[in-house]
Design a protein around this ligand. Structure first.
Ligand code: GLA
Length: 710
């Protein structure tokens, strides 16, 4: 049988004929209506020639490629039994297949079983094509033998066409996440490995293989991401003998996953997306899919004020009360008390694990503050870091065996990081204790939101068990407190992945509030994650993380495009600044339905110093765009603003939009259309010809509102 799935401009062809492991004959653009005879011809014609000096049959890439099939690239599965003298090549034959086209959710799914009777292992593969055209793939391996099966790897590998030779992925540092890097794939294996026990600040994040020079709007791209928050590897491979492949899977430490007889291991979902319209096409597909998840809660993200950069560890009720008043006056909707509230937490060197409200700083508990917050019309959020423990804490002193790695290394051998260790969530006593503590806090206080932090790498070789337990902890807490929203933070953006996103409502995109850094971080984090999840805060004029000074307009225009908030001691802001912030919040609330449900678009810039990005409503009737000057332009007369993503046939009115602070310009006179304050053109003209921009000084944002007038 040849299985053909089509959705939203993409398709796959899966050949499950014969007794071998099924073959993905095609994954990419939609091939249009094809009947079974045509599909058979297509699958037959995909069989390659037999080259000299090779196996004596055509080399085919299966969905679980292995040496036994003649595949000498990285295999799909490795493992052994310790009593066996050598691991031997696994060789699977096809068992049962199930093909389901679920009309309710529009998901097309294929599941099949692969048996290696000699090795006594069975792999079950599930492949889904969602209504939005996202391909999901995962394998499960079951041990049918009498002894433990030591799993080395179980990876998801798919072919991409030979023309997908340019690889884009990401690297980064604390406060500089999601730096893009590109490479051209030659012969060999190009592989990224994450051993942080979390994706890390240098997370490859989304790995994209595309036609040379692909951009935001152009080129064919095939992308993959592992929906997993622990260790992983992701690669692209090409050889003189086989097709180009993309692979992804959990990175397992030796001995980390030993599957007992009768038991199984399920790989995380590998997510694949294709677009023939560059990165924006990928984002559109991925965002639409994420927005359809049943686990997703309200998309209305309240405006947050987070206390971190305002007061740090200095928790004084009257200071915080003044901040509450200032926040309420500008229109903040949620007040979040960051680190520093629990027993003995006077700095970052102690007390993680002692999750009781500090009686010295808070003699009446958090109640007076929360009452004040609620009386001011806001709801309340609290910072926690449940997976961590400070060596200097009551918790570590009374339960030294709850520290991750304590058994293998023994005190005092564990490396601290930000002066902290990791709580072993795989230990049932530690797990139950932390679940109980969080539950008690959420029961005692009307907390609507947790900022859930994770400030170190695990460095313990047991990321699998820890990640599984983390998911269990989040799931248990969500089940007990369904109304509590969660923001995932890991020293900023060191744990932003689709495993986490399924369980949280917001991510802290980066610890930097410097808008110049943020422009790039948000731009590239947003390729995968929809903007309503991406926390972005208005910081102080001088950024705490870089020392760079930024204008209010640049800070406001940058924080607008996400889940907006404030992280600044507003009691220090001038009346003019407070008035601008109030106007900004008002605009944000009015634009929120568009910003948080629309299609994210970017123009491909000819000058890297000038960027144009925006959000277009799904029906393409309204849009908001930001023209961003990151630095001085390359030329005195920069390229026109060409607005992407509009309906070519409709007429649109374009107007500058003020959100509290006008951008600084370096022009003697603006272009005439801006002097008139508006103009009207078709989507075609706006995309092809565009409009001359205002000449922005470096580090400024000009906003435009675009509305259909037909
Ligand atoms: C991490 C977070 C910050 C802040 C501090 C508190 O660094 O990323 O936003 O919450 O912890 O200690």
């Amino acid at each position: 049988m040849i299985h053909y799935g089509r959705a939203a401009g993409t398709s796959f062809v899966l050949d499950t004929r014969g007794s071998g492991v099924p073959l993905l004959v095609h994954w990419g653009g939609d091939l249009g209506p094809l009947d079974q005879p045509q599909l058979h011809r297509l699958a037959n014609s995909a069989v390659p020639a037999i080259p000299p000096s090779s196996i004596d049959q055509p080399l085919r890439l299966s969905l679980l490629p292995a040496l036994g099939e003649g595949w000498t690239g990285r295999p799909g599965i490795t493992g052994f039994r310790s009593e066996a003298k050598r691991s031997g090549a696994l060789r699977f034959t096809l068992g049962g297949i199930e093909f389901v086209e679920s009309s309710s959710q529009g998901i097309i799914s294929v599941a099949f079983e692969l048996l290696d009777t000699a090795a006594a292992v069975v792999v079950t593969t599930e492949l889904h094509l969602t209504a939005e055209g996202v391909l999901r793939l995962r394998h499960r391996v079951e041990n049918r033998g009498e002894t433990a099966f030591e799993l080395g790897a179980l990876d998801m590998i798919v072919p991409v066409p030979d023309r997908a030779r340019e690889i884009l992925d990401f690297t980064g540092l604390w406060t500089h996440e999601r730096r893009p890097q590109r490479t051209t794939l030659g012969h060999g294996l190009w592989s990224r490995e994450c051993r942080h026990g979390r994706p890390g600040h240098d997370d490859p994040f989304l790995t994209v293989a595309g036609t040379p020079g692909f951009g935001f709007r152009t080129g064919e791209v095939w992308a993959t991401h592992l929906a997993w928050s622990g260790d992983k590897r992701v690669w692209a491979e090409s050889s003189p003998l086989g097709p180009v492949v993309l692979g992804v899977g959990e990175l397992l430490a030796p001995g980390e996953v030993s599957v007992p007889p009768g038991d199984s291991y399920t790989a995380p979902w590998a997510v694949f997306a294709y677009s023939d319209q560059g990165l924006d096409g990928l984002s559109h597909r991925l965002h639409s899919w994420i927005r359809s998840w049943p686990s997703r809660r309200s998309a209305v993200r309240p405006v947050v004020l987070n206390t971190w950069e305002a007061v740090y560890f200095d928790h004084d009720l009257s200071t915080l009360e003044r901040l509450v008043d200032a926040a309420a006056r500008v229109g903040v909707e949620r007040f979040v008390l960051d680190d520093g509230w629990f027993t003995g937490r006077s700095d970052d060197r102690r007390a993680l694990g002692d999750w009781f409200v500090d009686a010295r700083a808070w003699p009446s508990g958090l109640h007076p503050l929360i009452e004040k917050v609620q009386a001011a019309g806001m709801d309340f959020g609290l910072w926690v870091e449940p997976e961590m423990v400070s060596p200097d804490s009551e918790l570590a002193r009374s339960h030294p065996d709850w520290v991750l790695g304590a058994d293998s290394l023994g005190p005092p051998g564990r490396l601290t990081w930000r002066h902290q260790l990791v709580l072993d969530l795989g230990n049932p006593a530690a797990f139950n204790w932390i679940l109980g503590r969080l539950d008690a806090l959420l029961t005692e206080y009307p907390i609507n939101y947790l900022k859930w932090d994770h400030n170190r790498d695990l460095l313990a070789g047991s990321a699998h068990a820890q990640t599984v337990a983390l998911y269990r902890l989040l799931d248990a807490l969500r089940a007990r407190h369904p109304r509590v929203e969660i923001e995932s933070c890991a020293s900023g953006g060191a744990r932003i992945d689709l495993g986490m996103l399924e369980r949280v409502d917001r991510v802290w995109t980066s610890d930097t509030n410097d808008p110049l850094e943020r422009q790039q971080i948000q731009r590239f984090t947003g390729v995968l994650v929809p903007p309503e999840y991406l926390g972005g805060h208005l910081g102080a004029p001088v950024a705490h993380t870089t020392g760079r000074t930024a204008s209010l307009g640049f800070r406001l225009g940058t924080a607008l495009f996400g889940s907006a908030g404030i992280e600044w001691d507003l009691t220090q802001a001038s009346p003019a600044e407070l008035a601008a912030i109030t106007e900004w919040i008002g605009q944000y609330k009015a634009l929120r339905p568009l910003l948080h449900a629309g299609v994210v678009v970017h123009a491909d810039a000819s000058d890297p110093a000038l960027e144009l990005h925006g959000v277009v409503s799904p029906d393409r009737s309204v849009a908001v765009f930001a023209a961003v000057a990151l630095a001085a332009p390359r030329s005195a007369l920069p390229a026109a603003l060409r607005f992407p993503g509009l309906d070519p046939a409709r007429m649109y009115r374009v107007r500058p939009l003020s959100v509290g602070s006008a951008p600084r310009t370096i022009q003697d006179a603006p272009p005439p259309w801006l002097e008139n304050a508006e103009t009207t053109f078709s989507g075609t003209v706006l995309a092809r010809v565009g409009l001359p921009p205002a000449l922005l000084a470096p580090e400024q944002v000009a906003l435009y509102s675009v509305t259909a007038v037909d």
